[in-house]
Design a protein around this ligand. Structure first.
Ligand SMILES: CC/C=C\C/C=C\C/C=C\C/C=C\C/C=C\C/C=C/C(=O)SCCNC(=O)CCNC(=O)[C@H](O)C(C)(C)COP(=O)(O)OP(=O)(O)OC[C@H]1O[C@@H](n2cnc3c(N)ncnc32)[C@H](O)[C@@H]1OP(=O)(O)O
Ligand SMILES: Cc1cc2nc3c(=O)[nH]c(=O)nc-3n(C[C@H](O)[C@H](O)[C@H](O)COP(=O)(O)OP(=O)(O)OC[C@H]3O[C@@H](n4cnc5c(N)ncnc54)[C@H](O)[C@@H]3O)c2cc1C
Length: 624
């Protein structure tokens, strides 16, 4: 099962090696992270990032190994933005010459970069950004400026205190005309003493949700006051400004400006499955240790994992973790395929890639945030302690519902793609890829499910048909209702809640389909495929009805712990007293409690100042 989860034997081996490297290095300790002040936590992040880079160079780690090392360090920081957004933005939007110049420095960490798109006043509406980049032909420079308070850059990770450079998104103005949003490389801080360059006001935007968690990241604010940069720092793969100030389009679609977001949304699906699997691992392992109530006859207490209510709340998350993992692996393939096509100037699959990445990012991150919260409840009171690892896991993953595109905004993009496809089907065009099922409209609009028994529900063809019919009927229903509205725009706006539901149904169909396709592959290991079939059934069925699932849960229960062990997480990475591999939960909880700074003294700070006078005064009063 470890191989099925990781994707290959090689993937298991390299992940194991990197996880152990991190777990055995004292610099990467994280057990007291939630007890650090913001300043201490930030400094700890700088230390870990520098040490990780040192180890990467010393051990000549490959890109794959270095990425895993960063993942297992498990502390958000400026390096995430540098590798996940700054470098890909230059790769996707820079010319060959620009890539050579900037990536050479970025790969060696001679510069640290971030992705500065969002502003105080606009995040979702990228076309509404206000920062300006005005070309000055007299000096061959762009003047980068924040004309209003709301145009201040706001949120970019690493911007606050660390980044030396950024890809800044701004409205390009030349020859008096506004050509909309484009990307520019800007140096922000001196490479000698790290002070902000003239005209740049820059800082951190302040503490965020939860202790530890995303507070290790210095999300930043930046205002630009007529800062000049050379013309060749506009990223010029999509469009160019000539020496004379002429704006010239390339022959690539302008949507490629959003390419970095497509790339990152794809990686976020894999992050979501990992975060969900960590929460499930903690809740399942702890559920096998925690006992409450005995039989009436005075027998031993029951493992809480044996309660049917616990199983019906928890096993759909276990199944979802596997489902998201497999669809994430497929999405990575889709992204690679689209990238190769783009290189040979085939842009035909770009809309589908956008819809798939946007939709899957939305559905998987929302489900993951909800599931982590529920796993806290599934662990009872102990789940609420920082030492369970769940509060921090929740706080770190919750913003994934917002960053890289608010989930509702992205689902509306999927809905827009679906409405276009429905109208193409109506005009006789055969849809392809993940919307190919829509071509079977005659059948799917009127077919009736032949499912009667639990066993019928485990038939992949039956499951797939139900999901296809559901998704198509919801999409067609929306399209018909939109067509009755005074205008397309009004109809879309009026029906947006239904459109979001239709988009979710379509995305869930993709997840179910990719799980079923995974089961058609050669899967090694005795009983592995059989367990995955049950999980696939649980994932699909819990989305459409909750009846008949009990039997499947009972079949999964004997292997539940093994199914979470297959995630192959070290105790260091899991970071949970409740989810420990050895099950020694109570001593771990007890030991963790004594690490809290409040327990450094027996009598607390503030006793002399506030507690003692109060107690003494009350004592005096009671004696009067
Ligand atoms: C302890 C834990 C340790 C570690 C943590 C775990 C992991 C760490 C590792 C990695 C972390 C990963 C990330 C780092 C974390 C955070 C970083 C966050 C960064 C950011 O948030 S960056 C900012 C992101 N911002 C957004 O996403 C904005 C969302 N808005 C948009 O994308 C657009 O504005 C929107 C909504 C699509 C609308 O676009 P527009 O105004 O142009 O309007 P249209 O809707 O009309 O679209 C026009 C046209 O373009 C098509 N289109 C839109 N987007 C795309 C696209 N991306 N690709 C291709 N095509 C696109 C759209 O369909 C329309 O086509 P049509 O005309 O219909 O044919
Ligand atoms: C932890 C974190 C890290 C981030 N890192 C970066 C970064 O590195 N670089 C960067 O540039 N940005 C970053 N961001 C910003 C992030 O990309 C934006 O917050 C995100 O795109 C959402 O935009 P917004 O904040 O403007 O939300 P808003 O658009 O203001 O959303 C508010 C509400 O309005 C709703 N809404 C908005 N538009 C519509 C619509 N058309 N229809 C229906 N409902 C709508 C949304 O669903 C939401 O409920 C980060 C954000 C966070 C939280």
């Amino acid at each position: 099962m470890k191989v099925a989860w990781a994707g290959s034997r090689h993937a298991v081996e390299v992940a194991d090696r990197m996880a152990c490297l991190v777990a055995s290095d004292p610099v990467f300790r994280k057990d007291t992270r939630t007890m650090l002040s913001r300043k201490e936590l930030f400094k700890d992040t700088l230390k870990k990032a520098a040490h990780a880079w040192k180890r990467t160079v010393e051990l000549h780690l490959t890109e794959e190994e270095a990425n895993l090392l960063r993942l297992y360090i498990d502390q958000p920081g400026y390096v995430d933005l540098h590798w996940v957004m700054f470098v890909p933005a230059i790769k996707g939007q820079g010319t060959e010459e620009q890539q050579k110049k900037w990536l050479t420095m970025a790969y060696k960490f001679q510069i640290i970069g971030t992705y500065a798109q969002t502003e105080l006043g606009h995040g979702s509406n990228v076309q509404g950004l206000e920062t300006t980049a005005t070309f000055d032909p007299s000096t061959d420079e762009f003047i980068m400026h924040s004309p209003t308070l709301t145009s201040s850059k706001w949120w970019p990770g690493g911007l606050g205190k660390t980044s030396t450079h950024a890809v800044v998104y701004a409205r390009l103005i030349t020859e008096g005309k506004d050509y909309g949003i484009h990307g520019f490389i800007m140096q922000l801080r001196s490479l000698d003493d790290h002070s902000p360059l003239p005209g740049i006001t820059i800082g951190d935007i302040g503490g965020k949700f939860g202790s530890g968690a995303y507070n290790s990241m210095d999300n930043g604010v930046m205002r630009l006051d007529h800062v000049r940069i050379p013309r060749d720092q506009m990223l010029m793969r999509l469009a160019q400004v000539t020496r004379e100030g002429k704006y010239v389009h390339s022959d690539v679609p302008k949507q490629l400006l959003y390419g970095t977001m497509v790339y990152v949304r794809q990686t976020i699906v894999a992050d979501a499955s990992r975060a969900l699997s960590r929460a499930v691992c903690i809740a399942v392992r702890y559920g096998a240790i925690r006992k409450q109530f005995g039989s009436k006859a005075g027998g031993p207490e029951t493992q809480v994992l044996n309660y049917k209510t616990q199983q019906s709340r928890l096993f759909p998350f276990l199944a979802s973790a596997y489902a998201f993992r497999f669809v994430g692996q497929w999405l990575k393939w889709l992204y690679t395929d689209v990238t190769q096509k783009l290189e040979s100037k085939d842009f035909s699959t770009l809309p589908e890639a956008h819809a798939c990445t946007a939709g899957l990012k939305s559905v998987t991150t929302s489900a993951t945030a909800d599931a982590i919260e529920e796993c806290q409840k599934l662990c009872g009171g102990h789940g609420y302690l920082n030492s369970s690892g769940l509060p921090e896991l929740f706080a770190v993953n919750l913003p994934a519902c917002t960053y890289e595109g608010d989930n509702v905004v992205l689902l509306l993009q999927v809905a827009r793609f679906l409405m276009k496809t429905v109208s193409q089907v109506a005009s006789g065009k055969q849809p392809v890829g993940t919307t190919a099922y829509m071509g079977n409209i005659q059948h799917l609009m009127q077919c009736k499910s032949v499912v009667n028994t639990v066993e019928d529900w485990l038939n992949p063809a039956a499951i797939k048909e139900v999901f296809e019919a559901r998704a198509l009927r919801m999409a067609v229903n929306c399209a018909q209702n939109i067509s009755k509205a005074p205008s397309q725009e009004e109809g879309f706006s009026e029906l947006s809640p239904d459109l979001v539901e239709a988009a979710v149904a379509h995305v869930q169909l993709i997840i179910v389909t990719k799980f079923i396709e995974k089961l058609q592959e050669d899967i090694l290991g005795h009983g592995v495929k059989e367990q995955l079939q049950k999980l696939c059934g649980i994932y699909a069925l819990h989305l459409i009805h909750n009846e008949r699932l009990g039997k499947l849960y009972a079949q999964v229960r004997p292997n539940a712990v093994a199914l979470v062990d297959a995630f192959d997480y070290t105790d260091h990475y899991l970071g949970s007293a409740l989810g420990r591999y050895d099950g020694d939960v109570y001593s771990a909880l007890y030991k963790e409690a004594w690490k809290d700074p409040l327990n450094e003294t027996v009598v607390p700070d503030g006793y002399q100042e506030h507690l003692r006078p109060l107690l003494k005064q009350q004592l005096k009063l009671s004696r009067l």
